[in-house]
Write a protein that binds this ligand. Structure first.
Ligand code: SAH
Length: 393
């Protein structure tokens, strides 16, 4: 099947950006086949990709090489290449938890594969990958011989592709409800692949937790949006005096308590708080409670361009409150995983919060997603996590 672009609309493709938007297409295929050939207006072959008439992103490119055939073998080679790259990451050789395929950034658009011990957690976020599910399962079984492959395609990106959510065991055994995994930092986490958030956990923060823990010695820590307590465990082991962990999820807070034990951090005084962070920060402000180290790691606030403004207001609100709660000289480790909020915009939002809190704030570290979530230069959209570690005076 063939797709012809409008004149001039091949520019992004010649820079190897992997998406073709519906507005760039002059002539679309009549049927709804999955694999399509893309041609420029003057008839030049440009790339081969996956077609979805129901998505704004009409085509996701699979190859720029006319000789490359898209089949099960091709898929297996791409996944193997992605896995080899992880095995070459210094910190990851002893880890049994890592992202193995990071979608577009690993030249597999819409495919996410996370490894949690002997289990693989998979998200099929594009129509093309959904259609290739049998080949994906076969390739994963061949390469990894996992105990089980679990689908967690319950992300909102499926809706944009016109696909229903899909979740369950794709192959092999169902994972245990509490699976202990080892991060590249050596920290252990109890994961529930089937019932947890995202694909089960937040692998992207693995290294940042240790970086933040370097500021924890003797500190009264407030870990907001703590989930299973990745930052709580790390800061406890980093010598925190006490920790308050806040999240709205009761099951995450149970896992957190378990993980403190598991990592030998149970002697650090821990206060668990099941609450809305926005309200809880106000409660601490009203009670003049103070901390030395505050972590803000909220969920994605901006899911579309239309939500960016509201998201920046939410970021500003929690950061303004957190800055106020810090003792002079305290540390704020603040994150945004909204890809649509750029690093530049995020920094401006934190600046606005500092101004309103009447405090001087210095950036001392800039964080990003862990290296098992690489960023392809031709696809800067793949860089979604940004963090600032700040000294607040
Ligand atoms: N810091 C975690 C990841 C956080 S993910 C880690 O290192 O693994 C975001 C978390 O925010 C989720 O656990 C979710 O349950 C929680 N959450 C979302 N909205 C919230 C709210 N308004 N108040 C409190 N917690 C919230």
């Amino acid at each position: 099947m063939q797709i012809t672009l409008k004149p001039g609309r091949e520019r992004a493709l010649t820079k190897r950006h992997p998406w073709v938007f519906s507005g760039a297409i002059a002539q679309a295929p009549q049927n709804n086949s999955t694999i399509v050939e893309i041609y420029s207006a003057d008839g030049q072959w440009l790339a081969r990709g996956m077609w979805n008439s129901q998505s704004q992103i009409s085509v996701r490119i699979l190859t720029w090489n006319i000789d490359e055939v898209i089949d099960g073998l091709w898929l297996r080679q791409r996944i193997t290449q992605a896995y080899r790259m992880r095995m070459l990451l210094p910190a990851y050789t002893d880890a049994n938890a890592m992202r193995i395929v990071h979608g577009e950034s690993d030249l597999l658009p819409g495919l996410i594969i996370d490894r949690y011990g002997d289990y693989l957690s998979v998200q099929l976020l594009s129509r093309g990958m959904d259609a290739m599910r049998a080949d994906i399962i076969r390739a994963l079984v061949d390469i990894f011989q996992p105990k089980g492959i679990i689908e967690r395609s319950d992300d909102d990106m499926r809706t944009l592709e016109g696909l229903p959510p899909s979740q369950g065991v794709l192959w092999g055994e169902a994972p245990p409800e509490s699976l202990i995994i080892r991060h590249p930092t050596g920290l252990l986490e109890t994961i529930n692949i089937d019932g947890g958030q995202k694909t089960g956990g937040y692998l992207d923060q693995a290294l940042n937790r240790i970086a933040v823990a370097a500021y924890a010695s003797g500190a009264e820590v407030l870990d907001c949006f703590c989930y299973n307590g990745g930052f709580s465990v790390a800061t406890a082991l980093g010598g925190a005096q006490s920790i308050v962990a806040v999240d709205s999820s009761a099951s995450a807070l149970t896992a957190l308590q378990n993980d403190m034990q598991l990592n030998g951090a149970a002697s650090t005084p821990l206060e668990i708080c099941e609450a809305d962070v926005f309200k809880q920060l106000r409660h601490y402000r009203d009670n003049e409670r103070q901390f030395d180290l505050i972590i803000l790691d909220p969920p994605k606030f901006a899911h579309s361009q239309a939500q960016v403004e509201r998201a920046t207001r939410a970021y500003k609100d929690i950061n303004w409150l957190a800055i106020r709660l810090l003792r002079p000289g305290g540390i704020l480790a603040t994150y945004s995983c909204s890809g649509l909020v750029s690093a530049d915009l995020f920094q401006k939002v934190i600046f606005g919060a500092a101004v309103d809190a009447h405090r001087d704030v210095q950036i001392i570290e800039r964080h990003t997603q862990a290296p098992d979530h690489p960023v392809l230069l031709s696809f800067p959209e793949g860089e979604y996590l940004k963090g600032l570690v700040c000294r607040v005076y």
